[in-house]
Design a protein around this ligand. Structure first.
Ligand SMILES: Nc1ncnc2c1ncn2[C@@H]1O[C@H](COP(=O)(O)OP(=O)(O)O)[C@@H](O)[C@H]1O
Ligand SMILES: [Mg+2]
Length: 234
């Protein structure tokens, strides 16, 4: 049984379907990457999984239970955590407060997880009292990922975590994704840096027009001529 399995998803915003029958799965321990042109429905697919977009047809199972149509907080409690592409930190709160906000659904002691997040992102330790809005884009992305980790996700969804970042920070984010994955967290990630992302992925999906266009291992997608010509810039 897959950790996450979405079957034949249709849905979108206000009655217009953006998703036209998407299938997607993530196995335990995998890094799965979604690529595709702008407007393909990549972000919408992620939002459908975590309950931010209405699903008209199809179903989603996570960790053995049906989660189709559940509210975002209910999905998060099952430890599916999502980092949106934009507005993913509270800019006026400090780094530390942002991380604490990530634990708002927890009523247990999360101090150990705070320490674990600072260990993954040591650069945040000296910034902990600064407002998140004062950080560089790369540092803000670390805060956003750290905040999502506060719920100790089984599955972490990342929507274009390297968007707008320098090559240095892009490499750093990809390294952190691998490091987080190595602790046992499955990753589902949308990426525009398609070649680099597919190179680190176990499997990938190419979406177009709200449908699955290609699905294969990261290596096979990189080697696929149509994928390369149409979606990876030749
Ligand atoms: N909040 C929204 N309300 C209405 N339409 C939206 C909304 N968000 C995205 N869309 C539309 O849905 C389509 C897919 O968008 P999106 O999932 O963001 O694509 P991608 O992430 O692949 O670039 C686009 O045509 C976009 O204009
Ligand atoms: Mg998007």
């Amino acid at each position: 049984m897959s950790l996450l399995e979405a079957q034949a998803l249709y849905g979108g915003y206000g009655g217009v379907d953006i998703l036209n029958g998407i299938d997607m799965r993530v196995e335990d321990g995998e890094i799965v990457v979604i690529v595709g042109p702008n407007g393909a429905g990549k972000s919408t697919a992620m939002k459908a999984i975590i309950g931010l977009v209405k699903i008209r047809e199809g179903n989603i199972r996570f960790d053995g239970q049906e989660i189709t149509g559940r509210r975002p907080d209910e999905v998060a409690r099952l430890r599916v955590c999502y980092v949106p592409q934009e507005k993913n930190v509270f800019p006026t709160l400090t780094v530390h407060e942002n991380l604490e906000m990530g634990a708002f659904l927890r009523d247990d002691d999360f101090s150990g997880q705070l320490e674990a997040v600072y260990e993954i992102f040591p650069a945040l330790v000296e910034k902990r009292r600064q407002p998140a809005g004062s950080l560089s884009g790369g540092q803000r992305q670390m805060v956003a990922m750290g905040r999502a980790l506060m719920l100790e996700p089984k599955l972490l969804l990342l929507d274009e975590p390297t968007a707008g970042l320098s090559p240095l920070f892009t490499d750093m984010v990809f390294d952190k994704v691998k490091e987080i994955n190595a602790t046992g967290v499955a990753i589902l990630m949308v990426e525009q840096n398609a070649k680099d992302a597919l190179a680190l992925a176990d499997r990938g999906y190419v979406l177009a027009l709200g449908r699955n266009r290609h699905e294969d291992t990261g290596a096979n997608l990189l080697a696929n001529r149509e994928v390369a010509e149409m979606f990876l810039g030749g």
